[in-house]
Design a protein around this ligand. Structure first.
Ligand code: ADP
Ligand code: MG
Length: 212
């Protein structure tokens, strides 16, 4: 595949924003059961702001790091919920992982993906099994890295990441929350999918769809 340019990343943020808009009510519904019903709104606001800010960059002057840093700032400013700093950190890390590059190779994009996932875990300090978005992001990053080590293409690696994220999201149904707002529910959080894990799958699906 060809190199990934600033325009491709601008389009990616627009795609994710469009998905979050169409899935807003579903995500709010999931958060309504075990949280405060705002996750869809947070994700729509965050990605719409990020897509707008990123879309305002001049692709002949900005580099991929600037795209991720701009997205991070806009996301953080737009989102008051706990997902705000988590994704802002994730985008900053993705930007740092590809610093100095004018466009991204498949390998660079995989570096950015891994850094993004790790950023969420570093920032939120959640482990797998605590019923958060980490239950989708951590296995996604691990599956991606495994496929990469086997010589997989970007598309193959992202497909494995998506499958692992979906499995992780589904597994949150049988977890008791111990991080974030829903931790207060204790056992009552059992039986419900974590909204942050659900939106993580949507993001990974968009990323995979961007690099066919
Ligand atoms: P809030 O809980 O402040 O209303 P959101 O509704 O936007 O924020 O996001 C809720 C999601 O954030 C949860 O479903 C969970 O996946 C995720 N989350 C909460 N705390 C953490 C954490 N410490 N680490 C990772 N993800 C977390
Ligand atoms: Mg919420």
């Amino acid at each position: 595949m060809s190199w990934i340019a600033v325009e491709d990343l601008q389009r990616l943020f627009q795609d994710i924003a469009a998905v979050m808009t169409s899935e807003r009510d579903n995500l709010c519904q999931l958060d309504g059961v075990i949280g405060d019903a705002d996750h869809g709104i947070a994700m729509e606001l965050g990605f719409t702001a990020a897509a707008k800010a990123v879309g305002g960059l001049d692709p002949t002057a900005a580099d991929p790091t600037a795209v991720f840093n701009t997205a991070a700032k806009a996301f953080l400013n737009a989102v008051g919920a706990s997902s705000g700093p988590l994704y802002a950190t994730a985008f900053m890390r993705a930007g740092a992982a590809v610093k100095g590059k004018a466009s991204l190779s498949e390998s660079d994009m995989l570096d950015a993906f891994s850094a993004l996932a790790k950023g969420i875990q570093d920032r939120g300090k959640a482990e797998v099994g605590e019923k958060t978005m980490v239950d989708a992001w951590a296995p996604a990053a691990a599956a991606c890295e495994h496929a990469r080590a086997q010589g997989g293409t970007l598309h193959e690696c992202l497909l494995e990441a998506l499958k692992a994220a979906e499995t992780g999201r589904d597994a949150t149904r049988n977890m008791v929350a111990s991080k974030g707002r829903s931790a207060r529910l204790g056992e009552r959080s059992l039986g419900h999918v974590d909204p942050g894990a659900a939106s993580a799958v949507l993001i990974i699906e968009s990323i995979r769809g961007s690099f066919p």
